[in-house]
Ligand binder design. Sequence first.
Ligand code: ATP
Length: 241
Amino acid sequence: MSTLLEVTDAHVSYGKVEAVRSVSLTVAENEIVTIIGANGAGKTTLLSAIMGVFPLKGRVSFLGEDLARYEIEDRVARGLCLVPEHRELFASMNVEDNLQLGAFRMSKAHAARGFEHVYTLFPKLKERRKQLAGTLSGGEQQMLAMGRALMGAPKMLMLDEPSLGLAPIIVAGIFEIVAKLREEGVSVLLVEQNAQAALKVADRAYVMELGEFVLNGKASEIATDQRVAASYLGFAEAAAS
Ligand code: ATP
């Protein structure tokens, strides 16, 4: 598997506060990688900085190319896309128009293929295509945020807390889609507080605490690590035994 995204010795600061410290990670083609960690660990900051929203000290390369000189839209054009934590939909626009925004700068034919792909993955969005985004359920809004990102046919999706505020059954559906995306050749970098669900779907995982990665490895091994079980999976007794 060849490397798609490579982050080397990344630091991100808000003024004098360093929110991300010396972080390095890789995501290969056809791989699902998760970053788990508590509230405030620095996960959102890291994803945003990879996308180019915040300045980052260190190196981010995508498909072997240093991204430093590229603005967000150029990073999107290269196949990197972020689905932000709060989804950032246009509530007063309908589903179809929100999706159309993801096809910005694309030819009509490419946009049509995008709609077909998104509506195949999320038939609910097709049913609701004329409905205002603000009136959708939380799960449908998450589908729409992912669908909008997929309109541009990315090579890699970065998902920030897709499970936020959703019922377990809806979360399961979203994670099924994540697995399906990998089958279609889209890599995923998944940030989650719902460590249990994330570790089930991911190939590899990084554990983040106070701005740093403290552990990384195969997701199946991280899931059985006693420290992870105690801190993130709600199995304190597992660590105690
Ligand atoms: P959450 O799951 O709550 O989003 P997180 O792991 O994504 O947590 P971040 O949101 O990246 O963590 O926050 C990392 C640290 O940076 C925290 O201490 C937070 O208070 C701080 N921080 C986040 N955004 C800003 C900002 N705009 N200005 C200053 N400090 C910030």
